[in-house]
Write a protein that binds this ligand. Structure first.
Ligand SMILES: *[C@@H]1O[C@H](CO)[C@@H](O)[C@H](O)[C@H]1NC(C)=O
Ligand SMILES: *[C@@H]1O[C@H](CO)[C@@H](O)[C@H](O)[C@H]1NC(C)=O
Ligand SMILES: *[C@@H]1O[C@H](CO)[C@@H](O)[C@H](O)[C@H]1NC(C)=O
Length: 198
């Protein structure tokens, strides 16, 4: 019963995200995706905003990055695969971080709603078997990840623990934990991101 309700909630989130993604598409994409002419005609010809209204805009070394924190309104866990799917259906990936602004923005966002008690959030981190190092893997952020996560489960995924460490540069706590449904009940949020329009 509970899991059915959870699923419904997540479905609503996915749909929301999808709608957001659709409304994001009013300006032409730089990657040559075709834009329906009716949409083109109705869009204002002034400045193109890099990100949709539901996203926060960050300026990274490689350009604009649009991201947004998703949490459940009640303190339910989000598995990594659910986070990944929810981001993907809306045209996003699980976001990494590059700038101080991103870290600072999301800790404030997560802690701004004490009721949902978001104490850790999934981020986009992969493992490189050649270098034996974890790296930011959203495909846009600078890949170097320092400090490296603490590995509690080598086959897990990586989350940021907001209430641990001093949350100053070089002192943020990332841990690689069990990513299966139910495996990390304390992870209740995730950040989705995508490149901005230029
Ligand atoms: C972020 O995403 C959520 C869930 O998809 C959405 O409800 C919200 O409007 C988005 N934007 C902001 C600024 O929170
Ligand atoms: C490690 O995480 C994986 C999935 O991420 C899970 O299937 C496995 O049971 C976990 N192992 C332990 C010892 O918690
Ligand atoms: C918030 O979540 C953390 C981690 O799961 C838990 O230890 C803590 O008791 C929770 N606090 C409240 C007020 O629910």
């Amino acid at each position: 019963m509970l899991s059915f309700r959870l699923f419904t909630l997540l479905l609503v989130f996915s749909l929301l995200n999808e709608r957001i993604a659709e409304s994001d598409d009013k300006a032409p994409f730089k990657d040559g995706e075709s834009t329906p002419s009716s949409v083109l005609n109705s869009s204002p010809t002034t400045t193109i905003k890099p990100c949709g209204a539901s996203d926060r805009t960050f300026l990274r070394k490689s350009g604009y990055w649009c991201s947004n924190l998703s949490t459940l309104s009640t303190p339910y866990q989000v598995s990594f695969s659910r986070a990944e799917t929810n981001c993907k259906v809306a045209g996003y990936v699980v976001s990494s971080f590059e700038t101080e602004e991103e870290w600072n923005y999301y800790i404030n966002r997560a802690q701004s709603n004490p009721i949902s008690n978001v104490t850790s959030i999934w981020l986009g981190v992969g493992y490189n078997e050649c270098t034996n190092k974890y790296y930011w893997n959203d495909g846009n952020a600078i890949e170097t990840l320092e400090p490296q996560p603490t590995v509690l489960n080598a086959t897990g995924k990586t989350a940021w623990f907001l209430n641990e460490g001093s949350n100053t540069p070089g002192k943020r706590v990332l841990k690689t934990v069990d990513a299966s449904p139910g495996g990390a009940p304390y992870v209740r949020g995730y950040v989705c991101g995508k490149p901005g329009r230029t």
